[in-house]
Write a protein that binds this ligand. Sequence first.
Ligand code: 4NP
Length: 170
Amino acid sequence: MLPQKCKKMKQEKIRILFVCLGNICRSPSAEGIMKKMVKDAGYEDRFYIDSAGIASYHKGELPDSRMSLCASLRGYKLDSRSRPVKTNDFYDFDLIIGMDDQNIDDLRRKAPDAESLNKIHRMTEYAKNMSYDHVPDPYYGGAAGFELVIDILEDACKGLLESIFSVRDN
Ligand code: 4NP
């Protein structure tokens, strides 16, 4: 599930990039949730966590205010600015995690080489208790969609952290 490289780089930071379409709802939430989980676990200095979007429509913007409010009520601060995925991300990150089928297809198309393809994962692949196969886009829906995004991401980020620790402890 993780690049073989992670096993070897015991002293290097694990670099994770979360990706969605606009980088104003799902991926900045995944970034905020994962950063808090890592910090609460005492491993803040061992991770570099970022997010990006397939599209650049919202470049430079803060996360959607509906998403930020929902996240803040669960204790997560979303303060990253939207940016599009760039080719160097495939070299700079160990894991590139998309939210839905379209994100995964777009990432695969953008990947510059075979090693990059192996870094692409789906957020829900790490789910522990929630049985969703993607993180639904909340942008055109109501408040319940934003709550669901946080529910799925909390569950999957927990699973992601556990999967990283299980590989690194081997
Ligand atoms: P995200 O949500 O991909 O979770 O950031 C969206 C944000 C904006 C748009 C679509 C999805 N949009 O079409 O502008």
